[in-house]
Structure formats: structure tokens, C-alpha cells
Design a protein around this ligand. Structure first.
Ligand code: SPD
Length: 280
């Protein structure tokens, strides 16, 4: 007899279902419902308010790309100061931590309970917190950025979907604040949703970043764990086109990365016609 339970993220007339074998953690925090499962094939699964955030199976795609697209697109020397907004599981921190050039890696996560749960149940991503350059701020990212004017080289917004605590991270005011928190040459990258699943949000993010910044671009990443199997990374800068890397990946690091490479950095911004239409 099977002891498996199929867990679904459903929405927009569509769903993604993953076979789980054990419910490891369930907790209602001040902000959201946090669930962690052991799955049959994909390692551990993290959901926030029923929305799939990651599985061990393919989280490397999302985390490597969110960290490395801005890191290698940066042209004003090398990035020294990075900020992650959201991303309490630690996966983006882990990838940023691979870069010795970074002097400061700040994270601003609104929900301390996500950080605690990740540290207990998701050591594969939460290992990112072990880096001594990491400073943790349990605050609202949309307010935090106003305290750090002209400070960061790269800012990565690893948000949940709009609707929950991530809602303030999807409006023009927030992106104007992000721009203010960048120093010369700065680049932002944010979780950009799927153009198949949430075309209106993708179009909105593109509209906002095009209005607020001089350069903007949308990358597609392949993450089978997410409904529709893809998710976007929305990038913007006032200083440079972000679609080509300024530097090659260092050979030692290139051996460790499983998704990001310089060719993919250029290719992931090429969009099919229906996405180009969304951006008109
Ligand atoms: N629609 C799902 C978006 C999830 C993005 N956040 C992922 C968190 C991984 N660090």
C-alpha cells in the first residue's frame, strides 16, 4: 500500500502535483503558511501559502541564475555589495557565497520563521547563511531599501507570488526604491513569474522596469518544479545592457555550476513571439 500524498499547487485553471512521502513541517507564521515535505523523487519541497517555492531536484537552476545573471552582467569593476530581498531559504545566498569578490551579502527577509524552518529542514539551501559575509535583516524589504540609498552593486528580489507578503514587491514604488538603493553600475534581478501562467504579472513587471530604469530585460529559466516548467528573471539597470556577461565564469567555479554559463546568459533573454507581444 502506498503511503504517498500528492500535493498540488493550483491556480489559473492549471496545477502542478508532486508526490510526497512525509510532511516534515507545517506552521502558520505571522505572514504565511509554511510547509515542507519529503517527496518521492525530488528531495524536499517547500511551499509558502500552498505555492511551490523549491525542490532539491531543480532549485539550482533558479538560485544560480538569480545570483549569477547580475553578478556577471555587472560592468563597473566587480560587484562588492549584494542584497537579497526575500529568499529566506538561503539558496541565493549559497550561490552568491561562491564569489570571493563580494565583501557584503545582506539578506532582508520579512518572515523569521521561514529562515528558521529552512535552517532546520533545508540545509542544502540554508547553508548559504553560514558565510561570514552574510548579514540577516528580518524586515520588510520594501521599507529596508530606503535605508540603504546608493549602497548596493546588485540586488536580487527572491519573492513569493503577488498576493501574500510578497505583494509590495510588485509595484512601481518598490522598483523606484530599488533603483535608489543601487550605487553606480548597479543591477537588479527579480523573480519574474511564468509568461505562460501569469502573463499579466510578467507584462506588469516589464512595464515597470522599462519605465523606472534605462535598460531592462526578461530571462526564461527552466524549472520543472514550478507550474508550466518555466519561470522568469526580470533584470534592470540604469548603466548597462544586462543581457551579455562582462566576464567569463572562473574555471574553478564553472566546474561547480550546473546551469549558469556565459552562453546561457545571452541565450536566456531571447524570447518567443508571444512574450515579445506581452512587452509591447
Ligand atoms: N511562482 C513561484 C515563485 C517562487 C519564487 N520563489 C522561490 C524561492 C526560492 N528561493
Amino acid at each position: 500500500m502506498s503511503d504517498s500524498v500528492w500535493i498540488s499547487e493550483v491556480g489559473g485553471g492549471y496545477g502542478n502535483t508532486i508526490e510526497t512521502t512525509k510532511h516534515l513541517f507545517s506552521h502558520k507564521s505571522r505572514y504565511q503558511q509554511i510547509d515542507i515535505y519529503e517527496t518521492r523523487k525530488l528531495g524536499k519541497l517547500l511551499l509558502l501559502d500552498g505555492i511551490i517555492q523549491l525542490t532539491n531536484y531543480d532549485e539550482f537552476v533558479y538560485h544560480e541564475m538569480l545570483a549569477n545573471l547580475p553578478f556577471y552582467a555587472f560592468r563597473n569593476g566587480v560587484p562588492r555589495r549584494a542584497l537579497v530581498i526575500g529568499g529566506g531559504d538561503g539558496g541565493v545566498l549559497r550561490e552568491l557565497g561562491r564569489h570571493p569578490e563580494l565583501e557584503t551579502i545582506d539578506i532582508c527577509e520579512i518572515d523569521a520563521d521561514v529562515i528558521a524552518a529552512a535552517k532546520e529542514y533545508l540545509p542544502e539551501t540554508a547553508c548559504g547563511y553560514q558565510d561570514e559575509r552574510v548579514n540577516v535583516y528580518v524586515e520588510d524589504g520594501s521599507k529596508f531599501i530606503h535605508e540603504r540609498k546608493g549602497y548596493y552593486d546588485i540586488i536580487i528580489v527572491d519573492s513569493t507570488d503577488p498576493g501574500g507578503p510578497g505583494e509590495p514587491l510588485f509595484n512601481e514604488e518598490f522598483y523606484t526604491g530599488l533603483k535608489g538603493a543601487l550605487r553606480e553600475g548597479g543591477i537588479i534581478t527579480s523573480q519574474g513569474e511564468s509568461a505562460f501562467l501569469l502573463p499579466d504579472i510578467v507584462a506588469r513587471l516589464n512595464r515597470i522596469t522599462r519605465k523606472v530604469f534605462k535598460y531592462n530585460a526578461y530571462a526564461t529559466l527552466h524549472v520543472p518544479t514550478y507550474p508550466t516548467g518555466v519561470i522568469g528573471a526580470c533584470m534592470a539597470s540604469d548603466h548597462c545592457d544586462v543581457t551579455t556577461p562582462a566576464r567569463e565564469v572562473e574555471p574553478e567555479l564553472a566546474e561547480k555550476l550546473r546551469y549558469y554559463n556565459s552562453e546561457l546568459h545571452k541565450a536566456c533573454f531571447v524570447q518567443p513571439n508571444f512574450v515579445r507581444e506581452l512587452f509591447k
